[in-house]
Design a protein around this ligand. Structure first.
Ligand code: EPU
Length: 339
């Protein structure tokens, strides 16, 4: 066997939240052949499995995971240029997203720049339809290539078949989780179109003309201020989703908090920024209990200041949920995946 099956691997060392129990087994996958071997092992031993990319959007509980953690580390970036100037960028799922953004921008291939400085691998992006600064990966994804673990067959999903929603996709469903993402195709372009109509970003380019490189640099700076460095502090980015609520409720909240931003979702529903609610409505920005807190610069970001146990984080999360509910009547849900 080419693959190495590690046992009792501490998941706190494989997640950016830096907490959680151990995995019974962990396998690092470099190729499709490796994945087929892992599939044989899983089927033979009747084990559950879990796919890890960068471990940047995951919360692992005290008991860890009794099955196999599959860590995707397959690499490769291929450009396919069309006469129209469009470029199909095929990226292996184990590639680090920000490295791909940096490479494409440097190579004069545009589209991914608004996703600068997001921690995580490319394979994770379609699963939760990663988004930032006015775009979501669904806007660029043309196909997703995935391995069906029970049958060991490779299937290509069209954008439509991925059933993308806000931080949601087919791959989050029960059937969808049978698929392990191998590669993602993004449709980029040699021509740069600036997408800067987003709060923080817009302000940067009032006097300066945006280029992809400048957008990337601006975002690295903006994110650097709002998010703690996961190499230093435990974090998983936004810990909760921005709630989608009835328009009437959004308007009622807006009547009390005039500067509350409201984003349209449908005729009846709107999305409101939970960061704002935690900060301005609940006064919880920087709120800390023991080793866990909401970040001083961005209230939506939960921080493990060092040594926080999963139990400590769960009780902190419950406290936040109940305070938000008491103040606003809104039930919030985590954005990170709970194991
Ligand atoms: N706000 C506050 N106080 C705070 C935080 C935010 O008043 O402590 C206000 C901001 O001023 C702004 C609004 O709330 O008016 C929204 O904040 P921000 O622009 O920082 O974005 P967000 O809604 O908190 C979302 C995504 C992020 C993504 C950013 C930027 C979710 C759950 N989060 O955050 O994605 O980077 O927009 O586009 O949708 C992630 O999913 O892990 C993530 C980091």
């Amino acid at each position: 066997m080419a693959i190495v099956i590690q046992q009792h691997t501490a998941l706190s060392e494989h997640t950016t939240l830096k907490t959680g129990g151990a995995a019974r087994y962990m396998v690092e996958v470099l190729s499709l052949e490796d994945l087929r071997e892992v599939a044989d092992f899983i089927v033979k031993e009747k084990l559950e499995y879990l796919v890890f990319g960068g471990g940047s959007n995951i919360f692992v509980g005290e008991v860890g995971f009794s099955g196999v953690v599959i860590k995707m580390m397959n690499k490769g970036i291929v450009y396919e240029e069309k006469e129209t100037g469009e470029v199909k960028v095929k990226v292996a799922s184990g590639e680090w997203l920000d490295k791909v953004v940096e490479k494409t921008v440097t190579d004069g291939i545009f589209g991914l720049e608004n996703l600068s400085a997001i921690p995580g691998t490319v394979g994770a992006t379609p699963v939760q339809n990663v988004g930032a600064y006015g775009m979501e990966v669904k806007d660029l994804i043309t196909e997703v290539e995935a391995f069906h673990l029970p049958t060991k067959k490779v299937r290509v999903f069209s954008n439509e078949e991925c059933k993308f929603g806000y931080r949601d996709s087919f791959f989050k469903t029960k059937v969808g989780s049978e698929y392990i993402i191998l590669a993602v195709n993004f449709l980029c372009n040699k021509k740069f179109t600036a997408r800067i109509a987003y709060g923080d970003l817009e302000k940067r380019f009032i006097t300066e003309a945006p280029t992809a490189l400048r957008v990337r640099e601006a975002l690295i700076e903006i994110r650097g201020k709002k998010f703690p460095d996961w190499k230093v502090l435990g974090t998983a980015g936004s810990f909760f989703k921005n709630p989608i609520i009835p328009r009437t409720e959004g308007q009622a909240l807006r009547a009390r908090y005039e500067d509350l931003p409201i984003y349209d979702v449908s005729a009846d529903m709107v999305k409101v920024p939970l960061g704002y609610i935690l900060d301005k409505v609940c006064n919880l920005k920087g709120f800390r209990s023991g080793n866990v807190g909401l970040y001083e610069e961005q209230a939506l970001v939960l921080v493990n200041y060092g040594g926080a146990t999963p139990t400590e984080i769960i009780s902190f999360v419950e406290e936040i949920k109940s305070r938000v509910f008491t103040k606003t009547g809104i039930m919030i849900e985590p954005e990170v995946r709970f194991i």
